[in-house]
Design a protein around this ligand. Sequence first.
Ligand SMILES: CC(C)(COP(=O)(O)OP(=O)(O)OC[C@H]1O[C@@H](n2cnc3c(N)ncnc32)[C@H](O)[C@@H]1OP(=O)(O)O)[C@@H](O)C(=O)NCCC(=O)NCCS
Length: 173
Amino acid sequence: MLGQRKGQTEQAGGVQLIQEQPGDWWEVEALYDLCFAPGREALSSYRLRDDVDPVAELCLVARDLDDILGGVIRYWPVRIGDAAVLLLGPIAVHPTRQGEGLGAVLMGASLEKAASLGWDRVLLVGDAPYYARFGFSKLAAVQMPPPTNPDRVLGLALSEGAWAGVTGQVTKA
Ligand SMILES: CC(C)(COP(=O)(O)OP(=O)(O)OC[C@H]1O[C@@H](n2cnc3c(N)ncnc32)[C@H](O)[C@@H]1OP(=O)(O)O)[C@@H](O)C(=O)NCCC(=O)NCCS
């Protein structure tokens, strides 16, 4: 039963958020393939993920009551100088479920959990018009591996002033 799943975090609108399990990996990959353009793994942000384990507690799958996968989010640890940073993404919601608020639920639940686990700052590469609603803004002094459009490098502080003095190149954890 869904209600007995390991790592279940919450239920929202008939959808349950559950910590991703090893057996979910390929189903999640398939959803990413569906939602992103071909060649997504050639993006420079993926080089920061190579051979690094994701932050398991923050990788969530959203399943409906029939166990159908509706949305997913993963996070990886990265560094900027000495500062530990969370790299958010990829996040994806199945095309048949987009616009219902599932993306916002995945963002909200995972960011709340990240703060409770003691993470101070989150980084992502994405569309500012979407992520601004969660408090993300452009990080002018942070550089992702090229080629990355600097306008898409966005950050969120989970504790006050967490980005102060955190500048430079993002590197693998
Ligand atoms: C982006 C994504 C995760 C959002 O999930 P979702 O469940 O549809 O999002 P929500 O229902 O919480 O929010 C929908 C709102 O976000 C807006 N939105 C979605 N994608 C957007 C984007 N790229 N830029 C700006 N706004 C966007 C919608 O227009 C809608 O706006 P409204 O609230 O004013 O109607 C989903 O559209 C998706 O999987 N897209 C393909 C993969 C992708 O682009 N991932 C993000 C990588 S940066």
